[in-house]
Design a binder for this molecule. Structure first.
Ligand SMILES: [Zn+2]
Length: 273
């Protein structure tokens, strides 16, 4: 499953491929649905429109035009690439032909991806976007104050809390373990008991971990390809994740593991309080 860093890497790849803001000549849908139905009017509404930019909200990509937004989720195995004639694939579900002669393809073998159309002005009310929490890379939104206020009275493990997409988006399972290790906070500590200083460290470390992964080109999956067709980098070094019984890089204690909120969780029993 592509995590936020992979999606951000895809976004910046797409933005450089589309830097000249090309006009959409034709949208060709190869099937009527992927994970959900694709609106039938999507091609008609976007054809003739200039792609003015590609944004990311949580793990959704938003292709902006003046007449609506194409919303995309990569699902498990989705990827975008510029496709040359003869390089089509049976898993290409959507082609966007551009007036500059290039052609963008969305490929998704396992079909958990999403393509939808958002009407102009409809972004805040869209069913997939309206309940999303703050962006972890946004320094004015993901702050220690915000985390501290939101977590009071919450009798849930802090790791489960920061993975809740209504609170903050895009801190996936690997990143949550790594961020709490870096913040020296035990994953199973109750959110309500986390101090202001710990909130500060959690916010800072989660942002740093994600930024580091974005720099590395994303970290966690096999099928993922960057928008340019290059393979993404997988070199994020996990300090605790998937390292049960191995040494903590700081204190050399054995890393521990347990299932928390249904997800594998790793921590150092000495460094994290
Ligand atoms: Zn340690």
């Amino acid at each position: 499953m592509p995590e936020l860093p992979e999606v951000e890497t895809t976004r910046s790849g797409l933005e450089s491929l589309l830097h000249d803001h090309p006009v959409i000549k034709k949208v060709r849908l190869m099937r009527g649905d992927i994970r959900f139905k694709i609106p039938k009017n999507l091609p008609k509404q976007l054809e003739g429109q200039k792609i003015v930019g590609v944004r990311r909200r949580a793990k959704y990509l938003l292709f902006d035009t003046a007449n609506g937004i194409l919303l995309n989720h990569l699902g498990m195995t989705g990827s975008w690439r510029m496709v040359e004639p003869g390089d089509e694939d049976k898993h290409d579900h959507c082609y966007i032909e551009l007036e500059n002669g290039k052609r963008l393809a969305f490929r998704d073998p396992r079909r958990f991806g999403v393509i939808d159309l958002i009407q102009p002005g409809g972004e805040a009310k869209h069913k997939l976007l309206k309940n999303l929490g703050v962006e972890p890379l946004d320094e004015t939104a993901w702050t220690s104050d915000y985390l501290f206020q939101r977590s009071r009275k919450r009798k849930v493990a802090i790791k489960v809390f920061i993975m809740n997409q209504v609170v903050v988006v895009g801190i996936g399972n690997i990143y949550a373990s790594e961020a709490l290790y870096r913040a020296q906070v035990k994953p199973q500590k109750l959110a309500s008991k986390v101090t202001r200083e710990e909130c500060e460290r959690i916010v800072k470390s989660s942002r740093e971990i994600l930024q580091h992964a974005i720099k590395a080109g994303g970290s966690s999956i096999r099928d993922y390809k960057q928008a340019s067709g290059e393979s993404g980098g997988f070199q994020l070094l996990h300090k605790v994740y998937d390292r049960e019984n191995q040494e903590c890089p700081v204190c050399l204690s054995k890393i521990r593991a347990k299932v928390l909120g249904g997800r594998s969780t790793y921590w150092c029993p000495i460094c994290q309080k």
